[in-house]
Design a protein around this ligand. Sequence first.
Ligand SMILES: *[C@@H]1O[C@H](CO)[C@@H](O)[C@H](O)[C@H]1NC(C)=O
Ligand SMILES: *[C@@H]1O[C@H](CO)[C@@H](O)[C@H](O)[C@H]1NC(C)=O
Ligand SMILES: *[C@@H]1O[C@H](CO)[C@@H](O)[C@H](O)[C@H]1NC(C)=O
Ligand SMILES: *[C@@H]1O[C@H](CO)[C@@H](O)[C@H](O)[C@H]1NC(C)=O
Ligand SMILES: *[C@@H]1O[C@H](CO)[C@@H](O)[C@H](O)[C@H]1NC(C)=O
Ligand SMILES: *[C@@H]1O[C@H](CO)[C@@H](O)[C@H](O)[C@H]1NC(C)=O
Ligand SMILES: *[C@@H]1O[C@H](CO)[C@@H](O)[C@H](O)[C@H]1NC(C)=O
Ligand SMILES: *[C@@H]1O[C@H](CO)[C@@H](O)[C@H](O)[C@H]1NC(C)=O
Ligand SMILES: *[C@@H]1O[C@H](CO)[C@@H](O)[C@H](O)[C@H]1NC(C)=O
Length: 713
Amino acid sequence: MLPLRGHRAFLTTTCAFLCATLLLPCRAADYVQTNTSHTPNYELLPGISSVPAPVTVAPDQDWMGIDGAWNTFSLRVGSSQANVRVLVSTASQQIWAINDMACITNVTDPATGEIVEFNTLDSQCQDSRGYLYNTSNSDTWRKKGFYQLWIEKNLGLVGNGLYGFDSVGLGLPGEKGPYIENTTVGTLVTPNFWLGHIGLHPKPTNFSTFENPVPSYMTLLFEQKNIPSLSFGYTAGAQYHDQTVLGSLVLGGYDASRLIPNNLTFIFAPDNERDLVVGLVGLTANTTTNQNIDLMKRDDVTLFIDSTIAEVYLPVEICEAFEDAFGLKRDEATDLYLVDDALHQTLLAENPSVTFVLGQKYSTDATVRITLPYAAFDLEASPPYRGLQNKTRYFPLRLGNNPNEWVLGRTFLQEAYLTVDWERQNFTLSAVDWTFGKPAEILPIVSPKYAVSNDPPGPRKRLTSAAVIGIAVGGGFCFALVMCAIGWCFWRRRHKRKLEAIKAKYEAEVAAAAASKKHAATPEEHATSPVRDSTEGRTVFPKAELPGISAVHHELSSGVEEKGSLTVNEADGTERQIYEMPGDMPVLQEAGGRQLSEKETMVVRERIYNGIDPTGTPDVSPTAHDQSRRLVQISPSEVSMVSGRLPTDNVSPITPRTPRDGAFLEASDTFFQLPPYRPRDGRRTETDDAPLSPISPLEGSTDTSRRRFSYES
Ligand SMILES: *[C@@H]1O[C@H](CO)[C@@H](O)[C@H](O)[C@H]1NC(C)=O
Ligand SMILES: *[C@@H]1O[C@H](CO)[C@@H](O)[C@H](O)[C@H]1NC(C)=O
Ligand SMILES: *[C@@H]1O[C@H](CO)[C@@H](O)[C@H](O)[C@H]1NC(C)=O
Ligand SMILES: *[C@@H]1O[C@H](CO)[C@@H](O)[C@H](O)[C@H]1NC(C)=O
Ligand SMILES: *[C@@H]1O[C@H](CO)[C@@H](O)[C@H](O)[C@H]1NC(C)=O
Ligand SMILES: *[C@@H]1O[C@H](CO)[C@@H](O)[C@H](O)[C@H]1NC(C)=O
Ligand SMILES: *[C@@H]1O[C@H](CO)[C@@H](O)[C@H](O)[C@H]1NC(C)=O
Ligand SMILES: *[C@@H]1O[C@H](CO)[C@@H](O)[C@H](O)[C@H]1NC(C)=O
Ligand SMILES: *[C@@H]1O[C@H](CO)[C@@H](O)[C@H](O)[C@H]1NC(C)=O
């Protein structure tokens, strides 16, 4: 009896020990995966009877941020299940949480200015930044090192994060949400990003060229069979409607009750750092005194949908149109359109509503209209946002100097519902349905691994005729291609003959010139350059017959002309190379909206039908082709190594002092130092080096009324 009891005691102890040390698996086991076989619009593949049900991430009940008021979502990070409140990032693939060092401060006596308390935790800051993640409280935290944050560097939002791996669950502690045990977590101090985020992009993180790409959070959820596909539906929610409407985030599906359906499907742009791109077809405003004010002062505008940032970044011409129409003034110091009380009253009286008409030229004529009321733009910024000293109303419009800065941020997603299918590389934007009290209607988006999509039964008839037209157009296109090819063959033959004639002529000339010693050098130059140029022109030319492709090659690849002969494969190599080099990205964006759309179409087409993945790496891994191409390593190192592993733990992720030189990190004493906040903008780089006064995180707190939040609902 005794040995048995001993045995049992041993088992109990072991179990308790296991549960204590491996708290996660125990907790994770709490989550019961539910599958569904109700997949409208998708036909399950043979042998598959059910797929994981989409996951609805419940929003928190409050609104946070220093650049407006945004509804957050809760995550549980680490073995201690630290609750952090985060935003949603459609551009990032990582989980970001605010490092506990972000809110360490020295308390000064306001009268004497002397420090009365050293290095204390500022609880207002802690609440304002969506609670902190203390890595030393997590047994499962595995530190990786300091890396550049990378995303949003186009907008000057640079900084470093302390990266590592830890467990991340969806929802509040105690809630039974899916759980990933070992995923990339970036911990931040920089005030450039006030709150953390949950990254929804499926691209992997490449910490360095020498390491395997680390799968994204979404990919892990999918591989763990928690979600039916790499896809999501998201809208930011809005405080300003009659009833406060919280945000909505569905992973692996979308909430059909939150949107007004339309039949426009966008396809991805080829750059995986800027893939959710829409064309701006129209931009108008109505006020109480003026109807149909045209704000569309530039017509090649493509906008990247990115929930990571708050504002809407538009080209200078359009910003000026806004200034003229609404009397907005840009504040030089902060680069924000600050709204004082007088202007606020005027704007309330004028009550402007702005309508974005969005489409995708050259892939469809359909457009979608999203109207934002003034209330959507009536935001409040708090210090230390962009160096502000006081809480101020602002109009979330920002100046984008380059096409790669034009963004539709979270402001826009208050009125738009975004559904993205990463695997099929398409997305939809819909106006939000504000009907209050509609029950949620969560519909799954099912991965091509599990199902084929079929058209909804209703509009099938209409779509069939569309399909007929599509086939006709497609057939016509093929015919045109064949004709072009034949034409080119003839042309090439004739051209070759011509070239030979020219060559012969040159040879004769060279021979003649050689006779005259005086001009010996000149003909030699001539003899090589024009002939070589024209032969190269000939080898490059075939590509030029497909306008889209030629645009890609000519604009993007500097290497094309240097390479002697261009086989198809080599050209593709060049493409890949280009998308892998971040430095080349802006070139892509400099192209007009029209060309970009063509490029998008062509590149996507190429990727789908020819199996060429311009955004992928050479197929080194055997899995490269098994999965959806999107899953293959797509981009440059999403997080590029800053300066390697650092010698000590006590290092501060300081905003790079010399961001253009690739940024370096600096070792400090025991604590992270808060970098002086520098408003950064392409236009103001000269002044960047003049440090503004450091802003204590204390000042960063928002009003305390928002601070308290109880978990019970
Ligand atoms: C849920 O669906 C997936 C995909 O079809 C399948 O692999 C898994 O076994 C299912 N799980 C359950 C609990 O039925
Ligand atoms: C983080 O946790 C460690 C260990 O519990 C503790 O010593 C430290 O003070 C915490 N940091 C903050 C900022 O609270
Ligand atoms: C607090 O003051 C000490 C001594 O001046 C300094 O070393 C430390 O960096 C300060 N901490 C912060 C968070 O500013
Ligand atoms: C966690 O994931 C990283 C990156 O994929 C990997 O290098 C590491 O070995 C994993 N750790 C554990 C404990 O599985
Ligand atoms: C603006 O006013 C015009 C004319 O009354 C109307 O046709 C249009 O729909 C209005 N646009 C918005 C966004 O309300
Ligand atoms: C789909 O788009 C076309 C073109 O804009 C439009 O004529 C048609 O009414 C739309 N159909 C639906 C169901 O919205
Ligand atoms: C901030 O507000 C305070 C008090 O209202 C005022 O004295 C100060 O001048 C303001 N600072 C700025 C930069 O506007
Ligand atoms: C993506 O394309 C598929 C197939 O054409 C379509 O069924 C689906 O609705 C599209 N998804 C989105 C989010 O637009
Ligand atoms: C990312 O990682 C893969 C696999 O290790 C590697 O082949 C590729 O070159 C890396 N990409 C970049 C841009 O570093």
